[in-house]
Write a protein that binds this ligand. Structure first.
Ligand SMILES: [Zn+2]
Length: 527
């Protein structure tokens, strides 16, 4: 049962509350002698006039729940400029939500929404976990040898009926928020008959990962969506919102199903290069959001020294400028905001940025979403060829090796003239051996521009110490800080908030009064 409000523009909102409209209308019949109000409740529709609003405001139910329902009703009616019709919701059914993974952890996000008819089932994100049961870091390389049934049994792949290649496909579609493996790393197991939707940038990054990270995504059935354009899949209407995140072209979704409106944030923040996006939602929020499924990665985490990407760029610039020898910057090649910061800081510092083939390919692919993304052939950018990367790229498309060649830099050039070079690096065997080989050429330093947790998990610090190379951390998070979470909630004014992508979902209760805690695999009705 539910109570839905419509005006001339269409659906306005629902009145579902702990106390149903029927009880309210009975109360009104007994307590009110305002004819218009009685008519409204009896007939289910009435013109929204000052008299009607005044009549409703004059009701003073003693029953708190009735009062709340009337308040809710008034709030909704204020927004209606013409006629409101209340359906008493007889026979109305609700969509079902199941968070298969992510209610109590960061990583492995996977959400299912099923329409009330059961005819449309959509999976939002299908990620690899980041931690094991005992909270130790998850390593896919240990598990990749297992078959799908073995992975299901080990609960690495969540059990979802009709989604995978081993069963009859009954899932309508898979929709991705962004190109981080903890949101799409299990895509390889999805049945080939099920369409997969993602943004253009997400597709580009997934293609690069296929070449370099063996993610094994099949691209023949992928459909791309445009931000802000309604995507209709079965009984669902989905509007993607471009979000600020460390992965470019990341989306949040406003999902409408069975008269309910659900906003799933994906991963987001408000302090990157596209912080304006969160401000925009704050100023012009989508109305009538009933359920907000919101990430909370930063709960229980430190905000760190650098609060935003602008201060990261400035700190990088100052460091690069003052560094006399070679400067290594450790970062993710898919964190576009950071690559831009490093490029700009290097250029301002009058130095040359050296990227590897993998990074050159990422930037090249992302040129499809923006002309402003630095490229291999831009002034002061050079490309370092490693045997491993060259092999991978040649297997995919040999022409790319020749394309990037005009910006190629030789090892000797770095060795003989390291002082004006900034080298983008990763913690891999190749880069460790490069660092060792370049040891004799002046005083190098390392900037660690990634999440501190990754540094803690590795022995990189010991390695650098043994090579007498100092390390400095310059980083800002890809995830929303608490005030940014609060800002989004106050803009969207959801009836309910469901935490996801957090190790501390209970901390949501300290911040918001209307939180629903769910467990992985638990199905709830969005009523
Ligand atoms: Zn992410």
């Amino acid at each position: 049962m539910g109570y839905y409000l419509y005006d001339a523009r269409g659906y306005v909102g629902d009145l579902a509350s702990t106390h149903g409209l029927q009880q309210v209308s009975e109360y009104v019949r007994r307590a009110s002698n305002i004819l218009l109000v009685k008519k409204f409740f009896d007939e289910g529709h009435a013109p929204i006039t000052e008299d009607l609003m005044a009549g409703l405001r004059n009701l003073h139910p003693e029953d708190i729940e009735v009062a709340q329902t009337i308040d809710n009703l008034l709030q909704l009616l204020v927004k209606c400029d013409s006629i409101a019709i209340i359906s008493d919701g007889v026979g109305v059914e609700y969509p079902q939500l199941t968070i298969h993974r992510g209610t109590h952890e960061i990583g492995g996000s996977c959400i299912e929404l099923c329409s009330s008819s059961g005819n449309t089932r959509i999976i939002f994100d299908i990620g690899l976990p980041l931690v094991n049961k005992d909270m130790s870091p998850f390593d896919w390389n240990i598990h990749r040898k297992f078959t799908l049934p073995q992975l299901l049994e080990r609960k690495i792949v969540p059990l979802i009926e009709g989604l995978y290649e081993n069963a009859k496909p009954t899932v309508t579609a898979v929709v991705l928020t962004h190109a981080h493996l903890d949101h799409y790393g299990l895509l390889r197991f999805v049945h080939s008959a099920i369409p997969i939707y993602m943004s253009v940038g997400t597709r580009s990054l997934a293609e690069v990962s296929n070449v370099f990270l063996n993610t094994d995504v099949k691209f023949d059935r992928i459909e791309t969506f445009e931000m802000a354009q309604t995507l209709r899949i079965g009984e669902f209407a989905i509007i993607p919102y471009l979000m600020d995140h460390s992965a470019p072209d990341a989306a949040a979704f406003l999902i409408e199903a069975d008269g309910q409106r659900i906003f799933y944030t994906g991963d987001f923040r408000g302090h990157g290069r596209k912080s304006v996006l969160l401000d925009r939602i704050g100023k012009d929020p989508p109305p009538y959001v009933n359920y907000l499924i919101m990430e909370g990665s930063m709960l229980g985490r430190d905000e760190g020294l650098f609060l935003d990407e602008t201060s990261v760029e400035q700190a990088l610039y100052e460091l690069i400028l003052s560094q006399k020898g070679l400067c290594y910057v450790f970062t993710s090649s898919q964190n576009l905001d950071r690559l831009v910061s490093i490029y700009r800081a290097t250029k301002r510092g009058g130095k040359i940025l050296i990227i590897d083939l993998y990074t050159a390919f990422v930037l090249d692919k992302l040129s499809a979403i923006s002309q402003r993304i630095p490229q291999f052939d831009w002034e002061s950018v050079r490309v370092l060829y490693s045997y491993y990367h060259a092999q991978k790229l040649a297997d995919f498309d040999r022409a790319l090796l020749y394309k990037y060649k005009r910006a190629k830099i030789e090892f000797e050039e770095i060795r003989d003239n390291p002082d004006d070079k900034v080298l983008l690096a990763k913690d891999s065997r190749y880069f460790r051996s490069l660092i060792t080989k370049l040891k004799g050429s002046g005083k190098a330093m390392v900037v660690y521009s990634m999440w501190h947790g990754y540094l803690e998990r590795s022995n990189l610090q010991e390695f650098l110490e043994s090579n007498n190379i100092p390390i400095k951390e310059i980083h800002t998070s890809g995830h929303a800080y608490i005030p940014e979470l609060q800002m989004l909630v106050s803009a969207l004014k959801p009836r309910w908030i469901i935490p996801i992508h957090t190790f501390y979902p209970e901390k949501f209760n300290d911040m918001f009064p209307n939180v629903i805690q769910v467990a992985d695999g638990q199905t709830i009705s969005l009523c």
